[in-house]
Ligand binder design. Structure first.
Ligand code: HEC
Length: 361
């Protein structure tokens, strides 16, 4: 997570963690965090994750005007106006640092720059912040601006766009399921996203097949393109459950749902399968089955959903281990609900993938 903007970097893991486990909103979390850091090390969990802010906002080292200025800089990337600074300082002096954080977050740069930079690495495989605004990042920004509970991120039929907005006599191209022109126009024209983004329904797939940002065009282009759809699982785990597969490897789960393309004796050594491959694939393959009907059509530039027809990518290299699992449908299972990963909160993941048929067996 090292590519994220300073100031939010240290807290991102915790924000995501908290967001997935509560009905909290990101703005509420950021404001809570800002205040906690102003108050100093009262809470050990917060202290651990908010180290950067704590150093910068240590009450013993900075007066309240300086604190207000630093809080504004960190949240927006720009210095406050004199009036904003006065108001923030008044709030801190009055013991209400929450209000000070909220004032700073009224600055359009909080949305346009800070949150855009925060969400952008989630939307591509390289995890780079240097990518254009897209329907995924804009949806994160819109949810935060509207205080939509962040645990709906992976489940709602939701997208934010600014159809109809214009600037200097030019109108934005409309949001489209098959290109990113709308969002690039918004960014190129420096549109105030907090003012203009509105909530809408996703285009390009049936409403019942939507799953929050996972079914945005940007996520599909990054994680449903080619491959075997395991990437969508891995990157969602990484970005929103704060764990890469290395951290959740468990060799004790049943290999019964590992697909045919995974060799059971890589290089002729079955121990490698049992000690390594199974650790990820036993849990990942039955979970990624939820995406069995999804694909990104690279030619058309859009997500594809083939209701009741498993995508061919689930059968490639089937001869590698032909007794392996042959995906019949999109019925997925969470084999990590038990074992060492039981405490991960992957039950939350299950709740998000509402469109897939969950097997309670
Ligand atoms: C740390 C977790 C992890 C381990 C361990 C692991 N894999 Fe994978 N595997 C993945 C992920 C993630 C993907 C999807 C990659 C993508 O599409 O970006 C994948 C994809 C695959 C694929 C599909 C083709 C491809 O390369 O995308 C095959 C085949 C495969 N793995 C075989 C194996 C074998 C054999 C082993 C043991 C030697 C193994 N894997 C160990 C995580 C793992």
């Amino acid at each position: 997570m090292g590519m994220l903007p300073e100031g939010l970097t240290a807290n991102v893991d915790w924000i995501s963690y908290f967001g997935m486990r509560s009905m909290g909103t990101v703005r509420a979390i950021i404001k809570f965090r800002s205040v906690a850091t102003l108050r100093g090390p009262g809470n050990r969990v917060l202290t651990a994750v908010a180290g950067t802010m704590l150093l910068l906002l240590n009450t013993t080292l900075a007066d309240t005007r300086d604190q207000a200025k630093r809080m504004h800089d960190r949240l927006t990337g720009v210095p406050p106006t004199a009036t904003v600074l006065d108001n923030m300082q008044d709030s801190i002096d009055g013991g209400n640092a929450v209000a000070a954080a909220m004032i700073a977050m009224d600055n359009p740069n909080f949305y346009k720059v800070t949150l855009k930079n925060w969400a952008t690495p989630w939307t591509n495989r390289d995890q780079t912040v240097f990518a254009p605004l897209n329907d995924y990042s804009a949806t994160v920004i819109g949810m935060i601006k509207n205080d939509v509970p962040f645990n709906l991120l992976l489940g709602e039929n939701i997208v934010y766009h600014a159809n109809g907005v214009s600037k200097n006599g030019q109108s934005a191209p409309n949001y489209s399921a098959s290109n990113n022109d709308h969002y690039e126009w918004l960014e190129d024209n420096d549109i105030d996203l907090a003012a203009e983004l509105t909530r809408a329904q996703q285009q390009g797939i049936p409403a019942g097949a939507t799953a929050g940002v996972m079914t945005t065009r940007a996520a599909a282009a990054a994680f449903f393109v080619a491959g075997t759809n395991r990437a969508m699982f891995r990157f969602t785990l990484l970005n929103h459950m704060c764990n890469d597969l290395e951290q959740v490897k468990d060799t004790t789960r049943s290999a019964g749902r590992i697909r045919q393309d995974v060799s059971r004796s890589p290089g002729g050594d079955s121990r490698l399968f049992l000690n390594n491959c199974v650790a990820c694939h036993a849990g990942m393959d039955p979970m990624a089955q939820a995406f069995a009907f999804y694909n990104y059509d690279d030619t058309a530039g859009r997500i594809e959903y083939t209701e009741d027809t498993v995508q061919p990518k689930y059968f490639i290299n089937g001869e590698t281990f032909s007794p392996g699992y042959v995906t019949p449908d999109d019925q997925w299972d969470n084999y990590w609900r038990e074992g060492q990963n039981a405490s991960l909160g992957l039950g939350q993941w299950q709740a998000r993938l509402r469109h897939g048929r969950q097997n309670h067996g």
